[in-house]
Design a binder for this molecule. Structure first.
Ligand code: MN
Length: 245
């Protein structure tokens, strides 16, 4: 870059010049990491659809015929447990308990055999869904965004580094609402493994360190109400507890 380049261009491209912001930039969303002081900075949130056969069937689809598909939530939909707020413009908000894979490296065109090497750790998440808005979008052939991305749409536990939990491929994944078991499955029932999900995603997107992947939900999704207490667990990873306000 020559000395005659405009100052604003150098700043934008290199990111090394002190910049004046018209307002303070929002802080990147973060997740705590079990046993560490350092926190995990979140870049994007990817989610796979219908990755457990029993859930695909309960949503009215044939699990055997579909290639994987993905959607995104905004990174600042993240909630780190505790209280989540019932969103506006919906009367049918559903819980979906999911294991979350957190990437510590990025890349494109990753082979499935190399994909797990990009994973920093795992967590327990909830893919909260405005099911009524999602259903309307499906019916009209419109994007899912209003159904899937909203404030507190992505509660997630602290992350457990792979040095502590390995790469869980089997183990119970469960959700209780007010002490009653609502969702139950096993990580081994995933149609597309974590490695395959990363590989396919990396064909369509430039993956970055800080990306989260919500890896799909087992059967038993259903509505939540204000005041409900949700406790989700993934064997070998951890748990998440939230109350809907
Ligand atoms: Mn989901």
């Amino acid at each position: 870059m020559g000395q005659n380049e405009p100052q604003f261009l150098r700043s934008a491209l290199l990111g090394v010049e002190p910049m004046a912001f018209v307002f303070p930039p929002l802080q990147a969303p973060i997740l705590p990491v079990a046993g560490r002081e350092a926190v995990f900075p979140v870049h994007r949130i990817y989610c796979i659809g219908r990755n457990y056969a029993a859930h695909a069937r309960e949503m009215g689809h044939d699990p055997d015929r579909e290639p994987p598909f993905f959607f995104q939530k905004a990174a600042d939909d993240l909630a780190t447990g505790g209280i989540i707020h019932y969103p506006a413009e919906s009367g049918d908000v559903h819980h979906e308990i999911e294991m979350v894979a957190a990437l510590g490296e990025g890349g494109e065109g990753i082979a499935a055999a190399d994909a797990l090497g990009m994973v920093f750790g795992y967590g327990v998440g909830l893919d909260m869904t405005r099911r009524d808005l999602q259903g309307e979008a499906k019916k009209l052939g419109r994007p899912w965004d209003t159904g899937k991305s909203f404030a507190d749409a992505a509660p997630c536990s602290e992350l457990v580094p792979i040095s502590d939990c390995g790469h869980p491929a089997r183990g119970a994944i469960t959700l209780e609402v007010n002490g009653e078991r609502r969702q139950q499955g096993d990580l081994g029932q995933m149609i597309w493994s974590v490695a395959e999900q990363i590989s396919v995603l990396s064909r369509f997107f430039v993956l970055k360190p800080g990306d989260l992947i919500f890896t799909g939900t087992p059967a038993g999704v259903g509505p939540v109400q204000r005041g409900d207490r949700l406790i989700g667990e993934v064997e070998g990873v951890g748990r998440i507890a939230v109350e809907v306000k």
